[in-house]
Every structure is written in C-alpha cells, then in structure tokens.
Design a protein around this ligand. Structure first.
Ligand SMILES: *Cc1c(COP(=O)(O)O)cnc(C)c1O
Length: 363
C-alpha cells in the first residue's frame, strides 16, 4: 500500500488535511450543528411515496435542470424569486464549490473573515484559488468600515460572508453586506457570497440578504436544507442570485448532478416546509438557554443567531472536550483558544450537555 506522499498529487495539495469533524457513535451528538430532531412522520411517509414513484423511472437520467425543485425553492424563499434565480447542489458545500470553479481559479483570490467556516479555505484550495483569512473585531464582530477596509486592502475576486458566522454564531448586518458589495465593485468587480446556512435560526433583528438582492447581480446567497430543515443526510444546498449567475454555475456542474431521489425527496420536504421547520422555535429556545446557563457557570458564551453557541472562559478546552465525550456528549473543539462550540439539541440532549458540563467543571 502506498502513502499519500508517494502519489503524484498536485503540489498545492501536499501536506493538506481534509475536512474532518469526528463522526462518533455517542448518545448525545451536538458537534456538527445538525437539527437533532427527527423529521415528522407525515413528511417521512410523503418522501417515501415520492421516492417510490421516482424509482420507476430510475433507468432514465433525472431532470438536469431540476426545474420543479428550483420552483419549490423559489416559492419557499419568497421575495418574488423565480426558478431562474435558483441553483442547487448536493449540499451547499457543492454550491460553494461551483461558485469557486466559476468565479475563482488560478490567478484569482478569495477572502473570508476568520474564524469562519473551514470549507471556504478548503474549497479555495481545491479550485486553485488563493484565500485570505481577514481578521474579525472584538468578540468576532464585523462593521461595515472594517469589512470595506479589508476588501479594499486585499482586492479579492470572491468575498465570503457567513451570516450568521460559523463557528462563532455572530450575526451579520445587512450594512456589512452592502459595504462588501460596494468595496468589491470598486476594486475587482468580483462577487460577494453570503452563506446563510443558519438563516432560519435568526432572531427578528436581522433579515436575509435576499431582501437586498434586487439590483445586485454579483450578490450570491447560499442556503442549505441541512440545518433548520433537518435534512442533512439528503444533501441539498441551494443558492439565490441573478439568473446570469446561474448560467455561470451551469458551466461547471457535472451533468445530472442532482439525483432523481434527491430531487424527489427535497420537493416532498419543501411541500411540508412549515412542518419541517416546526422545531426551529424550540431549538432557538435551547440555544438561548445554553447561553444563560453557561453564564451562570461563569463561562463566556458569544452572541449567536444560529443553532449553536461558542463559549469561552475555559482554561483547557481539550480536557473538557474529552471529559464530556467520556460522558457520552460530543461537542466541538474548533481550535479557537479557550473555547468550545456546542449545537442546541432537543431539550433532553441540551440538558444532558449542561448536566455533564456542570459535573466536569466541578472536578
Ligand atoms: C453546515 C454549513 C453549511 C452546509 O453544508 P451542506 O453542504 O449544505 O450540508 C454551509 N455553510 C456553513 C457555514 C455551515 O455551517
């Protein structure tokens, strides 16, 4: 058997490590921000029916343009979006890869505000796009002035804005997005991508960038069914943008990239969007409860508009992580000194985490 280093892989991939959140079989898994509630039975039954219908035609390639899924996604997003405004792929990670393939590449650059979603740098790497990890301000916040200054300084072709930000949970104001768009327009004429993977968990104070899409043909808004929609295993991510952007992404996708099963399952789930999102209020409640109870423990939770909480105030996060794991509770060490990140689960899972943490901290 050969080693990776024995193979003639691309020079720029040598020594890199793949995305690798641990997948462990534990009673309480709160490490990758899934919706930990199962999907409602009535929706499951509908999905099975659609899959059964799809299998009868499985000898044929699926609709390459997945038009009926795009229509369902446009209806779900509202804001008078049309199917022409929508793109989708196997998870929003693939959507992001399409974006980098079409708008990045050798000789082009991208920029994100770290700490942020680790896949931005990895997808940049995989597509030969350079990546600048620009800093955040105090408590991982961003301001329009700061966003603008970093873009004017580095002149990226692609700006990645994670709203709210993973792994910190930090909400992003529309004025920051507007400032980014202005700055990119003034410099490279590149694109601004707003990754709204957790948009459905936001409070009322922040609204989606979809509300400022009109008239901004280089603004791309990425969404996913993996989080609030409780559909991570189905792998469905999507994008809202100007129809010309969709034309660009079509140049790089593989033919028939969304299987007939994926399309059928996603359409069924979207037909039940209210039911599918019924757990979001409770998850938000558990998130806020985590923040309150962590503060009572003398820890330092960061502001979060998502379904997870990053918290600081730990002398030895790796030790706490291991001690929690020994109690069957898996959370995430994202490598930010003094912190850990936990997803808000069901009430029972959240209680299990908080109880385990209380015991671990007492020692
Ligand atoms: C989870 C997550 C995604 C979603 O990934 P999928 O490929 O859609 O499952 C995208 N962006 C961020 C910031 C995430 O945390």
């Amino acid at each position: 058997m050969a080693n990776l280093s024995d193979l003639p892989i691309r020079d720029d991939l040598k020594g890199r490590t793949p995305y690798g959140a641990p997948q462990l079989n534990v009673p309480v898994a709160l490490n990758v921000n899934e919706n930990t509630h199962r999907i409602p039975e009535e929706v499951a039954v509908d999905i099975i029916g659609r899959l059964a219908a799809a299998v009868l035609d499985i000898n044929r390639y699926p609709d390459r343009e997945f038009l009926s899924l795009r229509r369902a996604l446009a209806d779900y997003l509202g804001a008078q979006l049309q199917p022409e405004n929508i793109w989708a792929a196997n998870g929003s990670n693939e959507v992001l890869q399409h974006i980098f393939q079409a708008f990045g590449g050798p000789g082009r650059s991208s920029l994100g505000f770290g700490p942020t979603y680790s896949m931005y740098g990895l997808i940049a790497q995989g597509t030969g796009t350079s990546y600048v990890d620009a800093p955040r301000l105090d408590r991982y916040e961003l301001t329009p002035e700061h966003v603008s200054a970093e873009i004017l300084k580095h002149k990226p072709n692609i700006v990645m804005l994670c709203s709210p930000n993973n792994p910190t949970g930090t909400p992003l104001s529309l004025s920051c997005i507007e400032a980014a768009y202005e700055a990119v327009t003034q410099t490279t004429g590149g694109i601004v991508v707003v990754d709204e993977a957790y948009a459905e968990f936001g409070g009322n104070t922040e609204v989606s960038a979809i509300s400022i899409l009109e008239g901004r043909e280089r603004l791309l808004i990425s969404r996913t069914m993996s989080k609030a929609f409780a559909f991570a295993g189905a792998r469905v991510g999507y994008l809202a943008a100007d129809p010309a952007v969709v034309d660009a992404l079509r140049l790089v996708r593989l033919p028939y990239h969304l299987s007939a099963f994926t399309q059928a399952a996603a359409e069924a789930a979207l037909d039940h969007s209210q039911t599918m999102l019924a757990t979001v209020d409770d998850i938000r409640f558990q998130r806020d409860r985590i923040a309150v109870e962590l503060k009572e423990l003398g820890l330092d939770p960061y502001r979060s508009d998502s379904n997870f909480v990053l918290f600081g105030g730990l002398d030895n996060p790796a030790e706490i992580f291991d001690a929690l794991l020994a109690k069957g509770v898996l959370i995430r060490n994202v490598g930010i000194p003094g912190t850990l990140r936990v997803s808000a689960g069901t009430e029972a899972e959240t209680s299990a985490f908080l109880d385990a943490l209380r015991q671990v901290l007492k020692k």
